[in-house]
Design a protein. Structure first.
Length: 379
């Protein structure tokens, strides 16, 4: 029974869903958003957005996190993304949030600030799936429109001339830490991919391992990270350089020290933004006249509900506030709150050790839910 994935090769969020489907060996065919059937998906979801998975029974599921949840619930996963003990699952959720949202800044910087190397590739990569058989003028017009939108979006994520050198230093720090971890483990938590791997894969593949400039940077400074990107796209283990490795997570719900170092990096690099967007969201979320179930922002296409400012590595950044990020943060907090007391104590100790305690303390005053592929107000 075939699934259809509406996606694009260069799309950050498409890669997360595609890697999951490949790793689980789920039967699917990929379609470009220019496919006539995608118009039905767009109407169903209420906005133009990818990835979208069409199930064999004709349902449309938008968002990589929801696509993974569908695969797990339907029993389609041969290597479950939610595997491991409660602390390991919490770590996976943290890296799902950080990978897909916290690493958008370097992804956008390295895509749109190195035109001499990137544009010849991007101009084809963006228009190939969108302008089927189009002539050069049609492709140029399409790319001018889409690249203009994406350059504007980069500023929403805090990419500007002042932050650029700091983004590069921060990304170099991440590559060094992830490279060190991958010296002994083929995946984030052992011999099999977990949810955190799929979260990190989103930016590390589409932007940072495919676009020419950052791809060269990764290959020449973090070869093991580059191999991990290849491995995450392979339907088999693809970890021959590690010898015989069982396709399982680290035993005993343990978290390797090298992953703790990455968590400490998340606390330094992303927690200030989490604190800022949660303060903004909580100030905006108290309006009692907004009914539960209403689309946040009033319409499905409005993903940003405002802007907030915070200190990041010595500069002031202004970034958009996305309710979707609050939803992902809630997943971390819900997992922590649902733990048995002994497991929660171990998780709390890990969060304290890595500087991430605030991540489970910054609760929204009103929940964000996902309904009909949209972010809506909860109770």
């Amino acid at each position: 029974m075939t699934h259809y994935l509406y996606a694009m090769p260069g799309s950050l969020y498409s890669g997360k869903a595609r890697a999951y489907l490949r790793k689980q060996r789920i039967d699917f065919e990929e379609r470009a958003p220019s496919h006539p059937r995608f118009d039905e998906a767009r109407k169903s979801i209420g906005r133009w957005i990818i990835p979208v998975l069409e199930t064999p029974d004709g349902r449309f599921i938008q968002d990589g996190s929801d696509i993974i949840a569908y695969g797990e619930a339907a029993g389609l996963a041969r290597l479950p993304a939610y595997a491991g003990g409660p602390v390991q699952r919490l770590v996976g959720l943290i890296f799902e949030l950080f990978g897909g949202e916290g690493m958008v800044r370097p992804a956008m910087h390295y895509r749109w600030n190195f035109d001499a190397e990137n544009i010849p590739f991007l101009s084809q990569d963006f228009t190939g799936p969108m302008v089927l058989g189009g002539d050069a003028a049609a492709r140029a017009e399409s790319f001018a429109a889409s690249s203009g939108r994406m350059r504007q979006a980069a500023r929403i994520f805090g990419v500007n001339a002042d932050s650029a050198p700091l983004i590069e230093a921060s990304y170099a720090q991440f590559l060094k830490l992830f490279e060190a971890h991958l010296e002994t483990q083929p995946y984030l938590l052992g011999g099999a991919p977990s949810l955190g791997d799929y979260g990190l894969f989103a930016p590390l593949h589409a932007h940072l391992a495919r676009d020419p400039h950052p791809a060269t940077l990764m290959k020449t400074t973090a070869w093991r990270v580059w191999r991990w990107v290849e491995r995450m796209y392979a339907p088999n283990q693809d970890a021959g350089e590690y010898g015989e490795v069982a396709q399982a997570l680290v035993e005993g719900d343990a978290v390797p020290d090298t992953v703790k170092a990455l968590l400490s990096y998340v606390a330094e690099d992303y927690l200030p933004e989490v604190e800022a967007f949660m303060a903004f969201f909580n100030a905006a979320a108290g309006a009692p006249e907004v009914e539960a179930g209403a689309v946040i922002g009033g319409r499905p296409g409005q993903r940003v509900i405002g802007f907030t400012e915070f200190d990041w590595r010595g500069v002031k950044l202004t970034v958009g506030v996305f309710p979707y990020r609050v939803w992902l943060l809630q997943k971390v907090q819900d997992a922590f709150d649902a733990m048995a007391p002994a497991d929660q104590a171990r998780a709390a100790a890990l969060m304290a050790e890595t500087g991430l305690s605030r991540m489970v303390e910054l609760k929204p005053v009103r929940r964000v839910e996902r309904a009909d592929n949209r972010e809506v107000w909860g109770s």
